[in-house]
Design a protein around this ligand. Structure first.
Ligand code: 1CP
Length: 344
């Protein structure tokens, strides 16, 4: 009988066990570049989609059916678990928007932590459905946003070009930012534990905006919260991936973490980085916009990354950040064919 834990090349690479070929999945693989995703979105708003287990399961499976990726990632958003805290985002304008940003001591105090089995019961239900449908062939990745990345959206009230409000808080009332980070850390740890109890095979912590700070601020504000979450999950035995976009200046700090795998963005050269990340599996790191290149260029760059990855403790091929909506399907097909055709 097939056993996901011992047979999945994705999980093996995370654990640093040898495999014949390099596994591949891509961040945001379920999303707007897929016509079948857009068809579902015509019937359901983004929030409805995240809160409806059958629909979330369907869009999770779409990229697996189409491309045969070596791992599925549960469909949801990093901002979804913030609604039960009292901060519901509206996605109808394109990017996420919060009706009222969370900035004052009162607003931070009013955010409440909750039991994820109750507040996000639809996520647990979706995971169970996804696991049933994926069977013993394709592992399922659960995820959460890092407390700092979540804090940027709460404080700015949505996406931001310069994070001016958050930085003003950091430089005037660091105690307020710390209070918010503590709450988000407690909630995120509980949320990921719930996902693991529901059946995910690996978890990824997305730290999209952790890289906007001076390394000393990253070390004081961001790193201890990330560490508390990763350490709190260790006993589950489920492999953990930490993806910090723009992590190059923080590598000495990041490598103090007890984590199975580090996500690398496309600005990092795998070969040059490896001596500094010997104890970790790595995930990455093709520039998502390279998928707009010629197919020869996609093949050349993908193979270069696969070859460099053979010297790592483990390598999971991925993009250096999320795939963008207008990416041509044929480019993804070429990428998957190339990576899955490569032999170590
Ligand atoms: O209209 C739509 O259909 C909404 C587009 C969309 C999608 C497809 C959003 C809104 N989120 C998602 C799914 C999503 N987001 C997943 C699903 C699983 C997958 O296939 O990977 C995941 C893991 C995320 C994670 C996420 N959301 C991050 C972290 C990773 C990253 O890409 O940096 C962030 C920062 C968000 C916030 C967010 N949600 C949606 C958008 C458009 C954004 C970015 C807004 C911004 O630029 O600030």
């Amino acid at each position: 009988m097939a056993d996901l834990k011992t047979d999945s090349i994705f999980l093996k690479n995370l654990r640093g066990e040898p495999t014949e070929r390099t596994p591949i999945w891509v961040m945001r693989q379920a999303g707007r570049y897929l016509p079948e995703y857009m068809a579902v979105r015509e019937k359901l708003s983004f929030n409805e989609l995240c809160r409806t287990p059958e629909a979330a399961c369907e869009v999770t499976l779409q990229p697996i059916r189409r491309f045969g990726f070596d791992a599925a990632i549960m469909f949801s958003d990093i901002l979804t678990p913030l609604a039960p805290m009292g901060a519901a985002f509206d996605f109808s304008q394109g990017g996420p928007k919060l009706e009222k940003p969370i900035r004052t001591e009162e607003e931070i105090g009013a955010l409440h932590t909750y039991d994820p089995e109750e507040g996000t019961d639809f996520v647990a239900a979706a995971i169970k459905l996804m696991k049933e449908n994926l069977g013993d062939k394709t592992p399922l990745i659960g995820f959460a946003g890092s407390p700092f990345t979540l804090a940027t959206y709460l404080i700015e009230g949505g996406g931001s070009a310069d994070f001016a409000t958050l930085k003003a808080m950091l430089y005037t009332r660091p105690d307020l930012l710390d209070d918010l980070m503590t709450k988000l850390t407690d909630q995120t740890l509980a949320y990921l534990r719930m996902q693991i109890a529901a059946g995910v095979d690996a978890v990824q912590l997305f730290d999209t905006w952790g890289g906007i700070l001076h390394p000393a601020d990253y070390a004081r504000v961001v790193l201890p919260c990330v560490k508390r979450i990763l350490d709190g999950l260790k006993e589950t035995g489920v492999p953990r991936i930490y993806f910090l976009k723009g992590s190059a200046p923080y590598l000495d700090l990041v490598t103090t973490l007890d984590v199975e795998a580090l996500g690398l963005d496309w600005t990092m050269d795998i070969t040059g980085t490896l001596p500094r990340v010997k104890d970790f599996a790595v995930q990455g790191n093709l520039d998502p916009l390279a998928l707009f290149g010629t197919h020869d260029e996609i093949r050349r760059r993908a193979l270069e990354i696969c070859k460099a990855g053979t010297a790592a403790r483990g390598h999971v091929f991925n993009l250096g950040h999320g795939i963008t909506p207008p990416t041509p399907i044929a480019a993804v097909e070429t990428l998957v064919e190339t990576v899955q055709g490569f032999r170590r």
